[in-house]
Design a protein. Structure first.
Length: 422
């Protein structure tokens, strides 16, 4: 009897299936707070579309059968209406699929597997829900807003996230002026994704920085790159309620046979806030490969892509780096040191000279700053020296290096102006 029913009303089977699926998912939704995911929802929508088209076609076939022996003026009109309705159902399903149904992806945030659904219309909002299984997603866990004020529209400028119990775990904003506000609960830093760790509170660590000879003719600071990062972020947090530098394992690294201040194999660490925004100021740390020390810290700014906000960020990076090495100095003293150093480097661009037909021509040097180059001015306090250089075609760099009195005397003999920081 059931088989006979299916044969007789087989055209209604898709509609019965659509009603059954929709009814079940509705009951699951109101009782368990679970929602159908993208692919199951897509299948359900098209079962509805196909069932309605089949019903309309069946109706058209019935009308044709009823009137095909009669010259009834309503015959053609009924068939045309059925065809139009079928087309409308198909277009409506297509429209919903393309413009309404939200695409999704699985992602892990805050140690929780989530389903991320992006608003199809504006692509501005991404909503996050608890991952349940391949068929359903669970409760709402957060949202990110990606505005067009930044060059990369995928970068969130506002966000808020909750745990499974509805407690706020992260809320913040990030705009093109680098203003950042975040509220966050305590978490294990080792479990936090790289960009999320910037929102974690960090305590201020101060170090007594000494110098030593690590390998032959290689002076180094007695702190590691991680010590530098921790101290920098400690000062930065006090003023901005966030960290700025990522852990060293997230920096780009490479090894070279020598460096400017060492004839030995050196590890280079390179950091920029966002690699997609290439004019951003950068930090480069030189470290020996045989020990956890620092040879030099180099902060770079590209004048060829100057903007006021980028230059302010550069000065900010200089400020917090010098704060690591001169923790007892006032803010005014720190600002005075890097301002004088930057000005001396900018006002005395590295040139090379050539004699042509009795005339002294000055033109930009084709060589990068090297171990043979001499900075115009060096500012030092005890065993810490600061200087800046700028070559046409290159970025301007503020450098912090370890020195001895012998180093200072050698630089003076080579023509550098020496200023002791009092």
């Amino acid at each position: 009897m059931f088989i006979r029913f299916l044969k007789k009303y087989r055209v209604c089977c898709p509609l019965i299936a659509a009603v059954f699926i929709s009814g079940c998912t509705y009951l699951i939704k109101i009782n368990m707070n679970l929602h159908l995911r993208y692919v199951p929802m897509l299948i359900t929508i098209w079962i509805w579309v196909i069932s309605l088209i089949l019903l309309t076609s069946r109706a058209a076939a019935g009308i044709y059968k009823l009137f095909h022996q009669k010259e009834d003026p309503c015959k053609s009109a009924h068939i045309n209406v059925s065809i139009v309705l079928s087309c409308l159902f198909f277009v409506a399903g297509l429209f919903y699929t393309i413009f309404v149904l939200q695409p999704e992806r699985e992602i892990e945030k805050y140690n929780t597997k989530m389903v991320a659904r992006t608003d199809r219309g504006t692509k501005k909002y991404t909503y996050y829900y608890e991952y349940v299984n391949a068929l359903f997603y669970g409760q709402y866990l957060g949202v990110e807003c990606c505005g067009s004020s930044l060059d990369n529209s995928d970068i969130p400028i506002e966000w808020e996230f909750y745990d499974k119990f509805g407690n706020l775990i992260d809320k913040g904003s990030y705009n093109e002026k680098y203003d950042f506000v975040s509220e966050r609960l305590e978490e294990d830093p080792s479990d936090i994704p790289p960009n999320d760790i910037l929102t974690q509170e960090t305590e201020l660590k101060k170090f007594n920085i000494d110098i030593m000879e690590n390998r032959e003719k290689e002076l180094v600071f007695s702190i590691s790159i991680d010590d530098y990062i921790d101290c920098y972020n400690g000062y930065y947090w006090q003023d901005n309620f966030k960290r700025y530098l990522l852990p060293s394992k997230e920096w780009k690294t490479w090894t070279e046979e020598t460096s400017i201040h060492s004839e030995h194999e050196t590890r280079f660490y390179f950091f920029t806030e966002d690699e997609k925004r290439w004019p951003l100021p950068t930090i480069k740390v030189y470290a020996p490969t045989n020990a956890d020390y620092i040879q030099e810290i180099n902060i770079n700014f590209d004048w060829h892509s100057y903007t006021a906000s980028m230059y302010d960020l550069y000065k900010e990076m200089c400020f917090y780096t010098l704060k690591v090495f001169f923790p007892d100095f006032s803010d005014e003293q720190i600002i005075s040191i890097y301002s004088k150093a930057i000005d001396s480097g900018y006002d005395h661009v590295i040139y090379s000279k050539a004699i042509d037909s009795g005339y002294d021509h000055i033109f930009p040097s084709d060589e990068w700053y090297s171990s043979d180059s001499v900075p115009y001015a060096v500012f030092y306090k005890d065993n810490i020296a600061v200087y800046s250089y700028f070559a046409i075609g290159s970025s301007q760099s503020l450098c912090i290096i370890p020195v001895t009195q012998e180093t200072i005397n050698t630089l003076r003999q080579k023509g550098a102006e020496i200023y002791e920081i009092l």
